[in-house]
Design a protein around this ligand. Structure first.
Ligand code: GLA
Length: 751
């Protein structure tokens, strides 16, 4: 065990039974009581290390089961105590965390404290992504071992602490040391009972092309639960939730965030119990999940990242941005400026050939764009979405030669080259399916649903993953590819693996995700210089699990600037600007047919990885000139935008305007983005209070004749008052009106 002084964040006292995890601004406390029940005592603002079990207020509650023999303590009930690991079937009637069916058919899980261990580094989870240590910051780990008296099942609880980001992680591993097999029917990543606070839950709901809208609901005695059983983390809910104190806002109120480092089915729930404690839980969704564990086998949950802020959502978001950028994202692009790319999807859809692509690249290069991404349709027999998936070899007729030749032509123009893949899918009209019809997930004797005419390859099988890897490796070895967009365009149904035994079918959805991670691991290991962008019909797998392999994700298939304000704003609650794929597309926008100015489209897309998704040859000369300025602007400011500290200032869900800003680490530079959807008239004074500036520094503001001090900009605000276009005809330049945006560049003046 490491020396006391080496371990700063994990404090253990009272004979090794009281555990307090300390981060910069938060504390988390647990205590193993005299019956070895692991109690949850506190998670919140930083406090000392006194035992808080005095906060527990036990009474003899009728109908709350009592584990003791008659007599001694009728107040002691698992049904009312605040717990870390609620068991099942043994007297706690709230939602459990682990459900086990034993060989004799009984259901029960009752884990009690056994021992602990402290590690001076972060823990890893076999086959799954997790926060990792860097030279700048190492995590610490507390491992608590719990055992069951009635069985030989061992539960290991992992608590990771990252002090600076106010992050505590949780994960668990269940080992079957018994002689007989068990069925693990549910196992979440964490559970905790919060004793006194009244919470609201913020969660992210959505749909295809409108992902991650933050919604908020009070946590009461009816359960608040969200999740996905679609096989992806999903458009519909994101595996991230926030429990905040009633009325908490961007800059005030306590908030506890939880997000799951996982890309498949998940559940997150909060519910008050009869004593008004809130049980908060998250993990893999128990639907379609059942892990058969033979003697000696184990199951590991994905990791949940918990973070606490005592001063509102902005701080919580910044902590998530930091931990994701520094301890989730990996690879050559972790800190690198993301290339400005042009993607041909909305420019051509499937209707392209080599000539069209080269023309796009040629024009894009003149506009300052750095990379051409060839989207869906370059491979196999893929002229529309009925065929071709699974055949990852170039359609030489369409592309007029090999991939290497095409890549070379694009490189010669001074552009990088990227490619689209959808590795997990197959069309029935493909060589791969004709050769291996049993490689798809499909339940025998049932109709097999398709989604977009495609079927899902059984990534729970190693040979399937290896075969797809082989095809991709060949393309990537033959041609210089700098970027891969890895897509996944349907949800899972009729899930059944043709090689798994009946007993193991309940593992398939999880093992599928492990297969996805394995392919990512193999590809990123073999081709470390390639930048990966994940995608799943836009943002159906925008989660920390995939950000471990692909540091950016296509945020949404909706590229309209107004819709994107909402989508990127919601996404920013948890995910950093550097992770959000965002492109300027043509007007009328293809999804909603809205016309917005080229300026607004760029002003929104700058707050992401930035690129274009249009045909540059269809633009006017004036538009091309404007785009040259946009790419130059982004090149100058992308480090600040993608890696600066991000603040939300005005919500697009609250009214007609939206504002956000980024501030450099030294606070000497900032960029404010301000957006208005419909133009009003005579609406009076308006200003936006800025954040994160140095109160004592004077800032010169672009587009304005004035300089103001940081404190003035943060307290009095940045004036955004204006008159309607019709009231100012002399200055009307065609850019006013609806769908307006402004960028304000702030630079600290030398005093
Ligand atoms: C998905 C993606 C799009 C595009 C198409 C191609 O919908 O989200 O960006 O790549 O697939 O088929």
């Amino acid at each position: 065990m490491p020396q006391e002084e080496e371990i700063m964040a994990i404090k253990v006292s009272e004979n090794g039974r009281l555990f307090t995890l300390q981060t910069k601004d938060s504390s988390y406390q647990m205590f193993a009581d005299d019956k070895n029940v692991l109690l949850h005592l506190y998670y919140g603002e930083k406090i000392g290390e006194e035992n808080l079990s005095g906060l527990i207020f036990c009474t003899d509650m009728g109908f709350a089961g009592n584990p003791e023999e008659a007599g001694p303590n009728r107040k002691y009930s698992l049904d009312t105590l605040p717990q870390e690991i609620p068991g099942s079937g043994v007297g706690d009637f709230r939602d459990d965390m682990i459900e086990i069916r034993h060989a004799d058919g009984s259901f029960a899980a009752d884990f009690r404290f056994d021992s602990y261990e402290i590690l001076d580094h972060s823990y890893a989870i076999p086959g799954m992504p997790a926060l990792y240590d860097t030279e700048e910051e190492k995590g610490e780990t507390l491992v608590i071992t719990m055992t069951e008296k009635a069985s030989d099942i061992v539960l290991k609880l992992f608590y990771g602490v990252f002090e600076n980001e106010n992050v505590i992680t949780r994960a668990a591993r269940l080992e079957n040391h018994g002689e007989t097999a068990i069925e693990l029917e549910k196992m979440l990543s964490f559970s905790m009972d919060l004793m006194y606070e009244n919470y609201e839950m913020i969660y992210f709901s959505g749909r295809h092309a409108m992902e991650r809208t933050a919604e908020r609901i009070p946590v009461q005695h009816a359960k608040v639960e969200i999740g996905s059983t679609r096989g992806t983390s999903s458009h519909h809910y994101n595996p991230a939730v926030i429990l905040c104190e009633e009325g908490a806002g961007e800059t005030h109120g306590s908030c506890i965030g939880a997000c799951l480092v996982y890309s498949g089915n998940f559940v997150a729930a909060a519910q008050k119990d009869q004593k008004n404690q809130t049980r908060f839980q998250m993990g893999i969704h128990p639907t379609n999940f059942c892990f058969h564990l033979e003697k000696g086998e184990a199951f590991d949950t994905p990791q949940a990242i918990l973070s606490y802020s005592g001063t509102g959502l902005t701080k919580l978001s910044q902590q998530y941005h930091e931990i994701i950028r520094e301890h989730i994202c990996r690879g050559a692009y972790k800190h690198a400026k993301r290339p400005i790319l042009i993607n041909n999807w909305e420019a051509t859809y499937f209707d392209f050939n080599e000539e069209k692509i080269l023309k796009i690249a040629e024009q894009a290069q003149k506009l300052g764009i750095e990379m051409l991404v060839l989207d869906d349709g370059w491979f196999g027999k893929r002229e529309d979405d009925n065929s071709g998936l699974g055949d990852w070899f170039v359609n030489e007729k369409k592309m007029n030669g090999s991939m290497a030749q095409l890549a070379e032509k694009i490189h010669k123009m001074g552009m990088k080259f990227g490619l689209w893949f959808e590795p997990e899918m197959v069309n029935k009209d493909s060589n791969l399916y004709r050769e291996h019809p049993d490689w798809i997930l499909s339940t025998p004797g049932r109709h097999i649903s398709h989604g977009r005419n495609q079927y899902i390859l059984d990534f729970s099988r190693a040979e399937v993953v290896d075969a797809i890897y082989g095809q991709m490796e060949k393309i990537l070895e033959d041609a210089p590819i700098s970027y891969i967009k890895w897509d996944m365009n349907r949800c899972m149904s009729e899930v059944y693996s043709h090689t798994a035994s009946a007993a193991d079918q309940g593992k398939v959805m999880h093992q599928y995700i492990l297969g996805v991670y394995r392919l990512y691991e193999k590809l990123t290991g073999r081709f470390p210089e390639i930048l990966f962008e994940s995608c799943a019909s836009g943002g159906s797998r925008f989660d920390p699990g995939l950000l471990y392999y692909a540091p950016q994700a296509w945020t949404s298939d909706d590229t309209d600037a107004v819709e994107r304000c909402k989508i990127q704003y919601g996404t920013s609650l948890v995910y950093p600007v550097s992770s959000m794929g965002s492109h300027v597309s043509a007007v009328p926008n293809h999804q909603v047919l809205r016309n917005t100015s080229l300026k607004m489209r760029a002003d929104v897309a700058y707050f992401g990885t930035f690129g274009y998704e249009l045909n540059p040859n269809s633009l006017t000369e004036a538009e091309r000139e404007a785009i040259k300025k946009q790419t130059a602007f982004m090149k100058e400011h992308r480090s600040l935008i993608q890696y600066g500290t991000f603040y939300r200032l005005q919500s697009p869900f609250a009214g007609n305007e939206m504002a956000w800003m980024v501030v450099s680490e030294d606070k000497k530079e900032a960029i404010v983005g301000w957006y208005r959807f419909l133009e009003p008239i005579n609406i009076g004074y308006r200003s936006v209070r800025l954040q994160g500036l140095d109160p004592k520094l004077p800032y010169q503001i672009s587009n304005m004749e004035m300089a103001l001090y940081g404190d003035e900009l943060m307290q009095a605000g940045l004036i955004v008052s204006d008159v309607a276009s019709g009231q100012n005809p002399e200055q009307y330049n065609g850019e006013n009106g609806d769908f307006q945006s402004r960028l304000y560049l702030l630079k600290a003046k030398e005093e």
